[in-house]
Write a protein that binds this ligand. Structure first.
Ligand code: PMT
Length: 219
């Protein structure tokens, strides 16, 4: 029998993009496919976790044995994550949450008239930082999608959002990051770091979960 280093642990993970409606037919979003988050959910389940997957809109089948909660907007992702995180051992924020939404959502389709138009945006809540701020919080792992100065920005996010660990990826490189089947991660925690070299997201996900397992067992 394969060893199950995370047997009995509860993981809540966010994955995919969020969509922020502008009117009934248009939205703000990004290129996240959900592949990285779904691969982590599947790997964690294989390693023994009970997995609650909070997923933005994506075209992927639910991983075997994982409870999937489908959401659309950042606010829904926050509400669902907070409702599931009680008694969780691990929280991973892998979703590409839209940082802003339209300040006002139009009731009806916006008609074109002027040559230019302006949409006022307002900041979305931060799902990861909200979980990290809970009194009784799980081991909290963030992602950092960066295009330059990866280490500097990742360490800054880990500190600012009060995380136990952060997995940074360079989303400017072709063949990895958004939408790709492969990825590479630089993982940081307060006392150290480890590079997980370019590999299929499924293999990378297992390596990340094993690294997390080492750290939560130390806690
Ligand atoms: O889905 P794929 O196509 O497989 O692509 C994978 C990925 C590139 C999306 C993934 O590996 C990744 O990097 N996910 C994080 C994307 C992101 O939004 O990063 P960020 O640096 O903007 O955010 C930092 C962290 O805060 C992330 O953990 C994010 O989930 C979280 N966050 C951000 C904003 C917000 N309002 N709420 C959040 O929880």
């Amino acid at each position: 029998l394969a060893p199950k280093p995370l047997a009995g642990k509860k993981l809540v993970i966010t994955a995919g993009p969020t969509q922020e409606a502008i009117d009934p037919v248009r939205y703000i979003s990004n290129h996240s496919s959900g592949k990285m988050g779904y691969a982590i959910a599947a790997a964690a389940q294989q390693l023994g976790c009970r997995v609650e997957l909070v997923s933005g809109p994506c075209n992927l089948p639910s991983p075997y044995g994982v409870n999937r909660h489908s959401v659309v907007s950042a606010q829904q992702m926050l509400d669902t994550s907070l409702s599931l995180v009680n008694n969780a051992d691990i929280f991973i924020g892998c979703a590409a949450v839209a940082d802003y939404r339209a300040a006002d959502q139009a009731q009806h389709k916006i008609k074109k008239s002027q040559a230019t138009m302006t949409i006022e945006l307002t900041r979305n809540p931060d799902v990861l930082a909200s979980v990290a701020a809970l009194d009784k919080r799980p081991f909290t792992v963030g992602f950092a999608a960066e295009t330059q100065d990866i280490e500097k920005y990742a360490l800054d996010k880990m500190q600012r959002k009060n995380l136990d660990m952060i997995a940074a990826n360079n989303v400017a490189l072709t063949g990895q990051g958004f939408g790709a089947d492969q990825n590479a991660l630089q993982v940081f925690w307060p006392q150290g770091k480890q590079t997980l070299e370019l590999a299929d997201k499924t293999a990378l996900a297992t390596k990340l979960m094993l690294l997390i397992a080492e750290h939560i067992n130390k806690k």
